[in-house]
Design a protein around this ligand. Structure first.
Ligand code: F6P
Length: 519
């Protein structure tokens, strides 16, 4: 089985007409010929250097023997535990690939001090893959510095335990090459969120033991259909349905991942970062159970089954993982075309990064709390209690709005908190998303700031159990993560969106109060 796709749309002709128009202009074959003009003149310069993902099922094959040889070498030295340091497009695909393959991979995509500290263990048997396309992402750079120091302190040579994946010529490439590290240089003509089948997806997954050649085969099998200029092309059909629905106001997509491998999280980044800009876009909502509530402005997608039951706009996509990657990339490129945006840039991510940098570097000062209680500092509310502050915030969620829960906490220690989202959605009858900070900043963060401006935001930060200095930098991870939350809040407020940040002093009691207020 390569794929089975079923799409339900309301009985109007707009989807069929839009697919026919794309077929008439040979959109699919031109996409696979890497034609950067498909998204209009403004997107052309970026698009023309970002389309090599269409050939990765072939071009990435050369990498596989190198990765397998490195894995064998590491194993012969007793190095069997793989940690991946990377954010967004540099970690979400390997997380799905390894979960689907049933092989362990510790994905460290956080600046939360307790979470980072808990990853520093079993160093003799650990290889750390540091993945950053730009080589400048502060979370990843900080994790690398912390691991290098930990290896040295434990008497190990970091160059025997660190593997780097980055773009050729990035600052990380230069520094790591000079330090004698093993460096895999990725295809620079593929953007982060489209990089599942580049070295970013394949190196950590292959080292962890996943069948990466099988993954490339799976993607290759679907290429003839995805590149074909016919109305049955599954990428054209799925992308067009998503784009037409969004244009008609059905602009959230609920992702039910029946296999529970994390594919929904990968699609979430691809769709949110690609489409959420210029005050438009499609907001992904990752569902936790088949019973999660949905609203009339949501397009429901079932992954891992081609059943698409009971909703005017719905799709079922059953496919091998390699095929899912390529199918969704094509569909997202098509939806971007219908929404008339550039699906390959992420202009609003930088604004929050810049605000965080200013706060961290002392060029701006962290805001003073509006109110302080025994449990928490309140930013954006002077209510007397957590319960009152949250009740006030929920009042702000209007009929066409959504609530984003953003928890800048240790996602390994607190796994399960995600279930707050469907609970609140059932109460509000509005879409509710859940994001672990700072992970979501590299995913839905683009949509929150650049997409349709209808979000209401609850941020939760917390004093760490123990802070962690970043070697060679004059900040700690604790200071960094607070700057990230405050920077993002500042950009959202500047855009007129309601933001409540609760900084907890007592994590357990604070979270109990938040859960009670939300439920
Ligand atoms: O691989 P890098 O350059 O560290 O970037 C990580 C992530 O950050 C972003 O650039 C934006 O936050 C994502 O698009 C990307 O996947």
């Amino acid at each position: 089985m390569t794929y089975r796709l079923r799409i339900h749309t309301p009985r109007d002709e707009s989807v069929d007409e839009a697919v026919e128009a794309l077929v008439a202009e040979c959109f699919a074959s031109r996409l696979f010929d890497e034609d950067g003009t498909l998204w209009g003149p403004e997107a052309e310069s970026e698009a023309s250097i970002r389309l090599s993902w269409v050939t990765l099922h072939e071009s990435s094959r050369a990498l596989v023997p190198e990765i397998v040889a490195l894995r064998d070498d590491l194993r012969s030295r007793g190095v069997t535990r793989v940690v991946l340091c990377g954010m967004g497009g540099s970690s979400l695909a390997p997380e799905v690939i390894c979960t689907a393959a049933g092989v362990p991979l510790d994905v460290l995509d956080s600046s939360q001090p307790d979470m980072v500290r808990s990853a520093i263990r079993d160093l003799a048997s650990t290889v750390v893959v540091v993945s950053s396309k730009s080589g400048g992402t502060v979370e990843t750079d900080s994790q690398r510095r912390i691991f290098e120091e930990a290896f040295r302190d434990a008497g190990f040579d970091p160059s025997e335990h660190l593997v780097i994946v980055t773009d050729p010529g990035s600052p990380l490439d230069e520094e790591a090459t000079a330090a004698g590290y093993r460096v895999f240089r990725a295809d620079p003509h593929v953007g982060g969120r489209y990089s599942a089948l580049t070295a970013f997806g394949l190196v950590p997954s292959g080292l962890a033991g996943a069948d990466i050649i099988g993954l490339l085969d799976q993607a290759g099998e679907v290429v003839p259909d995805l590149s074909d200029d016919t109305t049955s092309n599954p990428g054209l059909r799925l992308g067009t349905a998503l784009g037409v629905a969004a244009r008609q106001g059905v602009d959230k997509v609920v992702l039910h991942d029946h296999d529970r491998h994390g594919l929904g999280d990968w699609i979430e980044q691809l769709v949110a970062e690609s489409t959420g800009k210029e005050d438009t876009g499609i907001l992904p909502v990752v569902a936790l159970t088949p019973d999660d509530p949905f609203t009339s402005d949501e397009f429901v997608v079932h992954l891992g089954t081609n059943e698409a039951p009971g909703h005017p706009w719905a799709a079922g996509v059953d496919a091998s993982l390699g095929a899912q990657f390529l199918l969704w990339e094509v569909a997202t490129a098509v939806a971007g075309r219908l929404l008339e945006i550039d699906p390959f840039d992420q202009p609003d991510v930088e604004s929050a990064k810049a605000a965080a940098r200013e706060l961290l570097g002392g060029d701006a000062s962290l805001p003073e709390p509006d109110h302080t209680s025994e449990l928490a500092d309140f930013y954006g509310s002077s209510a007397a209690s957590i319960g009152e502050a949250i009740a006030d915030l929920l009042e702000e969620v209007g009929d066409d709005e959504y609530l984003a829960l953003q928890f800048y906490l240790d996602r390994w220690a607190l796994s399960g908190l995600e279930s707050l989202a469907p609970t609140v959605a059932a109460r509000l009858h509005r879409p509710v998303t859940f994001g672990w900070g700072p992970r979501f900043l590299h995913s839905t963060g683009q949509y929150h700031k650049g997409g349709t401006p209808v979000g209401v935001f609850l941020q939760v930060t917390c004093d760490p159990i123990e802070d962690l200095p970043v070697p060679g930098r004059d900040f700690t991870l604790g200071q960094f993560i607070v700057s990230q939350a405050a920077g993002d809040a500042q950009v959202l407020r500047d855009k007129g969106r309601p933001v409540l940040r609760l900084h907890l002093h007592d994590r357990k009691a604070g979270l109990a109060a938040i859960k009670e207020a939300l439920a």
